[in-house]
Design a protein around this ligand. Structure first.
Ligand code: IPE
Ligand code: IPE
Ligand code: MG
Length: 253
């Protein structure tokens, strides 16, 4: 399925961030264990990664496991970690072939060693790729990320390597996990929950937020295209007026 004509391929977001939610409910609705939903969610991940690569999206951040998700029952956490390892192992060759470069954001050291090893290998194997940047948010907490940045900047101020007046929004952005990536223009959350759940709080400052009732294991290309179409119908004003945005000659402002 190619991209629908109604989508303007010259106005796609550079960076899409997705809160992949609803796996557990999707499975329960089918009388299955929550973990079955996580397995099926991987099928959606594959399809959405392929679609984003094919249409030329630069960056796709997937919220796969939050720092708060460690508080789930141990059996579910273990299953998720195992699924992560197996999926990376299985998909890494295709990622390489499809020119996808993998990155991880979050508290990497808190992941089981086997996950760290698989992830590091995949990051290394795909490091030379120049297509889609696939960023997995794992053991990720945005508040923790901001606190880390504050600690780094405070330490530099104490050392005297940064002047306090230079601690501005750019300095904070430069010390977030995401310092090499542009901010997402579009954030999608599946499964009907309309909250951010500690995801990219700083980076989403001006993102367009899109919420859909579709559970993640059902989220496929047509749903992504629907989100992109919706995104393109919005007017992004960044504090300005609509008249300013639509003005063809900016000198008349
Ligand atoms: C998202 O689905 C996947 C993770 C958080 C790992 P959930 O597991 O949160 O599914 P629901 O929200 O309980 O249905
Ligand atoms: C957010 O989903 C985390 C991920 C999708 C990985 P949750 O299902 O954990 O969020 P809450 O608890 O409903 O806010
Ligand atoms: Mg959930």
């Amino acid at each position: 399925m190619s991209i629908p004509e109604s989508i303007d391929s010259s106005r796609l977001p550079r960076h899409i961030a997705i809160i992949m939610d609803g796996n557990g409910r999707w499975a329960k609705e089918r009388g299955e264990d929550r973990v079955y939903g996580h397995y099926e969610g991987v099928v959606s991940v594959r399809e959405i990664v392929d679609a984003c690569g094919a249409i030329g999206i630069g960056y796709l951040t997937l919220y796969a496991f939050s720092a708060e998700n460690w508080n789930r029952p141990k059996a579910e956490v273990d299953a998720l970690m195992e699924l992560l390892v197996n999926t990376i192992r299985k998909e890494v060759d295709d990622l390489k072939k499809n020119n996808v470069r993998m990155h991880v954001i979050g508290d990497f050291e808190s992941l089981p060693e086997i996950c760290q090893k698989e992830l590091n290998e995949a990051i290394e194997i795909t490091a030379g790729n120049t297509g889609l940047n696939l960023i997995l948010a794992l053991s990720y907490s945005s508040r923790d990320e901001i606190a880390r940045a504050a600690r780094v900047l405070a330490a530099k101020a104490v050392e005297g390597t940064i002047d306090i007046k230079d601690i501005n929004d750019e300095a904070i952005a430069q010390n977030l996990y995401t310092h090499n990536f542009p901010d997402p223009e579009l954030m999608i959350r599946t499964s009907g929950e309309c909250r951010i759940s500690n995801f990219l709080l700083y980076q989403l400052a001006y993102a367009e937020l899109y919420f859909t009732n579709v559970h993640w294991p059902d989220f496929r290309k047509p749903h992504l295209y629907e989100a992109l179409l919706n995104y393109q119908q919005r007017e992004r004003r960044f504090g300005k007026t609509s008249e300013q945005i639509n003005m063809t000659n900016p000198t008349q402002s």
